[in-house]
Design a protein around this ligand. Structure first.
Ligand SMILES: Nc1ncnc2c1ncn2[C@@H]1O[C@H](COP(=O)(O)OP(=O)(O)OP(=O)(O)O)[C@@H](O)[C@H]1O
Ligand SMILES: [Mg+2]
Length: 244
């Protein structure tokens, strides 16, 4: 079963599409990596899938329901059911980690009592190994810790899917490997679907169950990671050679 279905999607800015005729599904409970050269449209695609950029044509279905960009209710429902780890983690610098992670609950779950919020946030902090750091400000953390905090915030509403844009950008190889392991563990333990944008081959190999390759404004490959590496395809071969 696909948690997300894209049909005949054109996405772009103004009238000019960056991506054309995209048809693909993101399977539930697995890790899908979105791969492509710089400027191929990975972030652009992510913006539409998370409900921030209306497609120029086509449709996005989430759990078999149309994401209607003209309906505030449809968008708000969508925002409640997804989590996003932004490229720079996008934590608010004036709030400590606890409050950063509590923020989505304070906005979207006004029915929760303070005690429930505390319980949820502490659970997420522990899940990413930051149980001792709730009182710290983002500026007092390392880059890897900030990413983990961003992941905790993405998870706090128990979303069905978490989107991650270049999670290892700016991290050293060891920290980036730790973050990959954390994403795999969360996926395996909680069954949360992950859609991860990256161009780091090491990361793709470590986390991908499925891979979607964007090239020339289209989906160039959509399949299992195992199939991708055996492709006799000049673009894919050159991509992998260049990035290793
Ligand atoms: N806000 C915008 N307005 C107009 N064009 C944009 C905007 N954002 C991105 N683009 C264009 O869309 C294309 C795809 O950009 P996008 O940021 O999606 O690429 P990417 O695959 O995420 O690249 P990278 O790996 O460098 O992050 C590029 O040609 C870019 O110039
Ligand atoms: Mg990008």
């Amino acid at each position: 079963m696909n948690i997300i279905e894209a049909r005949q999607l054109n996405i772009g800015y103004g009238e000019i599409p960056v991506l054309h005729g995209l048809d693909f599904g993101i399977p539930e409970g697995r890790i899908t990596v979105i791969l492509g050269k710089s400027g191929s449209g990975k972030t652009t695609l992510l913006k539409s899938l998370i409900g921030l950029l209306p497609p120029l044509a086509g449709e996005i279905r989430f759990c078999d329901t149309l994401l209607d960009f003209r309906s505030e209710k449809s968008l708000q429902d969508h925002y409640r059911r997804i989590g996003v780890l932004y490229q720079n983690a996008a934590l608010l610098s004036s709030l400590n980690l606890f409050e950063n992670i509590a923020l989505p609950l304070r906005i979207h779950r006004t029915d929760l009592r303070e005690k429930d919020i505390r319980e949820q946030v502490e659970k997420r902090l522990a899940q990413v190994g930051l149980e001792q750091s709730g009182g710290k400000l983002p500026g007092e953390l390392s880059g890897g810790m900030r990413k983990r905090a961003g992941l905790a915030r993405a998870l706090v509403q128990e979303p069905k899917i978490v989107f991650c844009d270049e999670p290892s950008a700016g991290l050293d190889p060891i920290t980036s490997t730790q973050l990959d392991r954390l994403m795999i563990r969360l996926n395996r333990e909680t069954g949360t679907t992950l859609a991860v944008v990256t161009h780091e081959l090491r990361s793709v190999e470590a986390v991908a169950d499925r891979v979607l390759v964007l090239h020339d404004g289209r989906v160039h490959f959509d399949g299992e990671f195992g199939e991708l590496i055996t492709q006799k395809d000049p673009f894919i071969e050159s991509f992998f050679l260049r990035t290793t």
